[in-house]
Design a protein around this ligand. Structure first.
Ligand SMILES: [Zn+2]
Length: 279
């Protein structure tokens, strides 16, 4: 599932093509993508719009138009964007939408499991929409103190608290596990039980895992690919995710996999202990 680094990689891959371009034609072939609205209606609204900027907030892609409207794209499980010269993209049974641009490029949206969404928002609707759903940007203004404030008093596990997009935006199953390994914190620790030093470690761990993911242009597992069709390389950098049974690179102890709130969770049982005593 694309998380912040994958969405950021998609953003940089499409921004150069979309920014400054006008949409000359739009086709939306899957009603699920834009429901409850009719696909023909949304496609008609997109035609003629000129793209000012492509931004990201959490796991959302934000396509800003000159008109003040915004196309908010969420890739969910298996969504991806592909760019190519007009008419050059190969046929694809999982293609759900195509935007044709006046600069001679096409941007196609592909989604195998069809959980992704495209929402066309009117001017002024974006900020309230995002404020309701997302906490701070972890690579932006999130300070260690602010993170402490968002964890304080919470009895839920660290894993669940960090998967909650209102705590911090953009983390998913992979980068939470990686961040907790860097921070040497057990995924089941109650979120509100961390002292200042532990929160500072978590803050650094989150940023380190995400920055590495962006540097490696995301993790290509199953369906994620970059907009030019190439793969990311973050999967080669995982310290715990998908490495159950393999030695922890810090201490050599085999990585353990368990389930937390239904999600596969990977950690080192020696470096990441429940008690605050990493002896
Ligand atoms: Zn270890």
């Amino acid at each position: 599932m694309p998380e912040l680094p994958e969405v950021e990689t998609v953003r940089t891959g499409v921004a150069g093509v979309l920014e400054g371009a006008r949409i000359t034609d739009a086709t939306i072939s899957d009603p699920r993508l834009v429901r409850p609205f009719a696909p023909e209606l949304v496609a008609a609204e997109l035609r003629g719009e000129r793209v000012l900027a492509v931004e990201r907030r959490g796991k959302y892609l934000i396509v800003r138009f000159e008109s003040g409207r915004v196309l908010l794209i969420h890739l969910r499980m298996t969504g991806s964007l592909l760019v190519g010269d007009s008419g050059s993209l190969a046929d694809d049974p999982h293609r759900r939408a195509v935007l044709s641009l006046d600069n001679g490029s096409d941007v196609a949206y592909r989604d195998v499991r069809r959980f992704g969404t495209w929402e066309l928002l009117e001017p002024g609707e974006l900020q309230p929409y995002l404020r309701k759903r997302l906490g701070p940007e972890p690579l932006g203004r999130l300070s260690s103190r602010r993170l402490a404030g968002r964890l304080a008093g919470r009895r839920t596990s660290l894993k669940a608290a960090l998967l909650d997009q209102r705590t911090v935006a953009g983390l998913g199953n992979i980068y939470v596990d990686e961040a907790l390994w860097y921070a040497r914190l057990h995924p089941l620790r109650p979120a509100g039980s961390l002292d200042d030093e532990e929160v500072a470690r978590l803050h650094r761990g989150i940023r380190r895992a995400l920055r590495l993911g962006i540097e490696r242009q995301g993790a290509s597992l199953r369906d994620y690919a970059r907009p030019d069709g190439a793969s990311g390389a973050m999967q080669d950098e995982f310290r715990v995710y998908g490495r159950d049974g393999q030695p922890c690179e810090r201490c050599g102890t085999p990585i353990t996999k368990t389930r937390v709130g239904g999600r596969g969770t990977h950690y080192c049982p020696r470096c990441q202990q429940m008690a605050d005593d990493p002896s």
